[in-house]
Design a protein around this ligand. Structure first.
Ligand code: RB5
Length: 150
């Protein structure tokens, strides 16, 4: 599996810890688009970098982190083709794959410790889309992308 990962300055440490967890999986190729230090960067820019890889097929899935995970998940979900799930528990991470076919996981580096984040990442990587009735619903989500709004 190819994963592109990125964070703003609010989650650089958690990003490194998540990359350690990803190493547990065989055949895992990880591309880290940064950021790598404490200098502030804008999380929408990181969302764009990671989601571009997912939409183009360069990555199978993406992982995004910012201070809370909120801003970067909102930004990601503006990008056509992205279903980004901000997860704070293992059950939601599992369901985001099985029911929502989430192709991007968002985490918050200032609100979550390494242990829980690692368990969330493991569940999300292992999770498989269940299809069936969920496919109809996910298709309806994706159809919303094309809606004209005022
Ligand atoms: C950056 O200070 C912070 O706003 C960002 O990491 C994130 O928490 C936004 O949702």
């Amino acid at each position: 599996m190819k994963i592109t990962i990125g964070s703003d300055h609010g989650a650089v440490q958690l990003k490194e810890e998540v990359k350690m967890v990803l190493k547990e999986f065989s055949n895992m190729e990880v591309t880290d688009v940064g950021t790598f230090g404490s200098d502030p960067v804008d999380y929408p820019d990181i969302a764009e970098l990671v989601c571009s890889d997912v939409v183009s097929g360069k990555a199978d899935r993406g992982i995004l982190l910012c201070g809370t995970g909120i801003g970067i998940s909102i930004a990601a979900n503006k990008i056509k083709g992205i279903r980004c799930a901000l997860c704070t528990d293992v059950y939601s991470a599992k369901m985001s794959r099985e029911h929502n076919n989430a192709n991007v996981l968002a985490l918050g580096g200032r609100v979550m410790g390494f242990g829980p984040a690692g368990e969330i990442v493991r569940a999300w990587i292992k999770g498989e889309f269940a299809g069936g009735r969920h496919e109809r619903r996910v298709n309806k989500i994706m159809a919303l992308e094309g809606m004209e709004r005022n």
